[in-house]
Design a protein around this ligand. Structure first.
Ligand code: NAD
Length: 270
């Protein structure tokens, strides 16, 4: 069911790779709620052309941008404003890449060149996006920026490896830039800490299948799906949450505050 929560709003969605992507699900939901969108992803991620299907459904142009490239980001925001005929109301940052994880490097043996790339793509990119919007004064008053994160920023999940550090930095950038943008334009910046979901990025984590069922058993409401995450993001883009900023918001069925569950105890007693 749609509620027209984003009627008249304009937004940029980063990171829709295929139909499993959280960004893909969020773009669909934002469109249903009445928003006008621009879609973006890294030029290499568009080679398969999958994103064109989403562009058609949501009637959104696709403007490629590598989040580590300031010229790309400037062009993205300028072209988006031209397309919308005005400033932007919301941005979804749904971007991550763990270079060491990808290359099979254990956390105790990080390649620091890879680490820098990981942090640039997964964390500093949020600063780059906000900085670009700031320099161009591209966001409307009360605009909302959401970046996706994971609870490994607070607690150890060994196989999440370097991405735990990347998410901790991402959450810190959201708080720090959120402070400045709040004062300047009443813009809110938050991170949503989502349950595990089987996507391309998610499946890169070692032992993901076992992990996802463990998280399911450890969450009173079960794991939150990508569509449920999309709905939560819509609420954060809407006018109903104008005073929420600089927060890390858990969207995980209760996982983050659960010590143990009956289901896990039963499993251990087997
Ligand atoms: N899947 C999960 O279990 C899970 C859980 C919590 C948080 N998250 C976070 O959600 C976000 C989206 O991930 P997803 O699970 O939908 O996977 P996904 O693989 O579908 O999305 C990741 C996106 O990042 C993009 N990207 C990578 N490098 C880029 C670059 N240099 N420039 C621009 N874009 C680039 C990819 O092309 C891709 O579209 C990520 O931040 C991820 O860490 C995922």
């Amino acid at each position: 069911m749609a509620y027209n929560l984003l009627k008249g709003k304009t937004g940029i969605i980063f990171g829709a790779l295929d139909e499993k992507s959280i960004a893909w699900r969020t773009a669909l939901r934002c469109h249903e709620e009445g928003a006008r969108l621009v879609l973006t992803n890294a030029p290499v991620a568009m080679r398969m052309g999958e994103i064109n299907k989403l562009a058609e459904t949501t009637q959104a142009p696709v403007i490629p941008a590598d989040v580590t490239n300031m010229d790309d980001l400037k062009k993205l925001f300028e072209e988006s404003m031209k397309h919308f005929g005005g400033k932007i109301d919301f941005v979804l940052h749904s971007v991550a890449m763990g270079m060491n994880v990808r290359k099979g490097k254990h956390y105790t043996e990080l390649d620091y060149g890879f680490s820098q790339k990981t942090l640039d793509i997964s964390s500093l990119s949020l600063h780059r996006v906000l900085r670009t919007a700031w320099d161009l004064d591209a966001l409307n008053e009360h605009a909302s920026v959401v970046a996706l994160t994971y609870i490994a920023a607070q607690r150890v999940f060994p196989d999440y490896s370097e991405m735990a550090d990347a998410k901790a930095l991402l959450e810190s950038v959201a708080r720090s830039f959120g402070y400045h943008y709040g004062i300047r334009r009443k813009v809110r910046v938050n991170t949503v800490s989502q349950s595990p979901v089987k996507t391309t990025a998610g499946s890169g984590v070692k032992g993901f299948d076992g992990f996802i069922s463990y998280a399911e058993k450890m969450s009173p409401l079960g794991n939150a799906t990508a569509d449920q995450c999309a709905a939560y993001c819509v609420s954060l883009f809407s006018d109903l949450t104008q005073m929420v900023t600089m927060q890390n918001l858990f969207h995980d069925g209760g996982f983050s505050f659960t010590g143990v569950t009956e289901a896990v105890i039963q499993q251990m007693e087997k």
